[in-house]
Design a binder for this molecule. Structure first.
Ligand SMILES: [Zn+2]
Length: 211
């Protein structure tokens, strides 16, 4: 076994998710950029709690998890969200985690629904129930190049409650990155419209919104 691992290291040496340097899954320099803190922002009528400030390095870590499915990068994203839970003091509430779903095409490409997968692991680690109750009900475009107004328009009416889903309790929306909050506030709107209680959102990263 040891032999195979050594052989694997020769062929596919461990590289830093942030800067690709050979050695650790995250090098000391990138660890300084991806070191969970605690940020809390209020967007529309949703409180969003996040662990890491978005940066080029954070972007690479998110991509390594999301697009390449690298377990070590998943762990960094999960750890950031769990760190936020340890500081956000949700303890008095009847918490239920609701992941932001991916589009069917992203799901096919990645072989999983990224946030749903991450959220179920977080639920297991924190012993919190997860309710995968949202779905995308129409096509949305990639948000990365869009400004705040275009993002909001892109997301209007994009989510629906899955058939038969009725997540009770104090719902916490889980996502990887919050930028303008267009995705999260739209998801919260759909849940609230059905009389459900959205308490807050927790994301791994927070990015400065484009104006
Ligand atoms: Zn690095």
């Amino acid at each position: 076994m040891q032999r195979f691992e050594e052989f694997g290291q020769l062929l596919f040496p461990t590289r830093c998710f942030g800067c690709n340097v050979i050695g650790l899954p995250i090098c000391a320099k990138c660890r300084r950029e991806w070191h969970p803190h605690y940020y809390s922002t209020h967007i529309a009528n949703l409180q969003v709690h996040s662990g890491v400030m978005y940066s080029p390095i954070a972007s690479k870590i998110i991509l390594a998890a999301k697009e390449n499915g690298l377990a070590g990068a998943d762990t960094l994203v999960i750890d950031s969200i769990i760190h936020v839970f340890s500081l956000a003091r949700f303890n008095d509430h009847n918490i239920r985690l609701v992941p932001i779903p991916s589009s069917p095409s992203a799901r096919r490409r990645r072989g999983r629904s990224f946030i749903v997968d991450i959220t179920s692991k977080i639920g297991r680690q924190l012993s919190l129930p997860v309710s995968d109750s949202l779905e995308l009900c129409r096509k949305v475009v990639d948000q990365s190049g869009l400004n705040a107004t275009a993002r909001a328009e892109n997301m209007v009416g994009a989510f629906a409650l899955k058939r038969g889903a009725f997540p009770r309790g104090d719902l916490i929306l889980i996502d990887d990155v919050v930028t303008t909050g267009a995705t999260l506030t739209e998801a919260a709107r759909v849940l609230r419209l059905r009389g459900l209680h959205v308490l807050a959102s927790v994301t791994a990263c927070v990015a400065q919104p484009l104006r």
